[in-house]
Design a protein. Sequence first.
Lengths: 90, 111
Amino acid sequence: MYLARIDGTLTSTIKHETLHGFRFLIAQRLEGDGSDSGEPQVLVDPIGASVGSIVMVTTDNDAVRKASAKTTPVRLVVMGIVDSVYMGAA
Amino acid sequence: MRLGIVRGTVVLNHAVPSLRGVRLVILEPVTAERLASGNPGGGKCLIAADQLGPGVGQMVGFAEGRTAASPWYPNDIPVDAYCCLIVENFDYSPPAKPARVNGKKTKKVRS
């Protein structure tokens, strides 16, 4: 699991049959210091996060497999919207 | 899932039996800078299995790793990238300024 910032949304009509009904977001994974890490990712969002918010993402596709089918090819799922993050002083 | 632009297709002459009938597309992954500039692309090209049939130039979302073989469950298939969706419309608005943490400017990631 890791933190990501929601940078945008995405719509798709033609997609894998197990993905119908899900909301998709474009997100940027974050480092511990809040800086960007890697390339933008597409997340499945079952809880309704908004653009600009920080979310916690799981890389386990069990969440989608249980909601949809075992043949689903996605695994990045928004688990929660972050309220606050505390890191101890260095 | 990452975003990629379809750049072409691959057709195999001889293939392992489990790959027969599987359409393959060449994808150029999209980097954050290029997505923000409105000219998506910029990553290292890769080949993905595909069942949707996107055209050249279209943006798709693709899964990587073991998850990419899930659509063939419970059969095993040696693919590590799979084209999950064709992007119809997207809205991308990253923060304009680099985030500041503890008053210090965070370093810019170059790709």
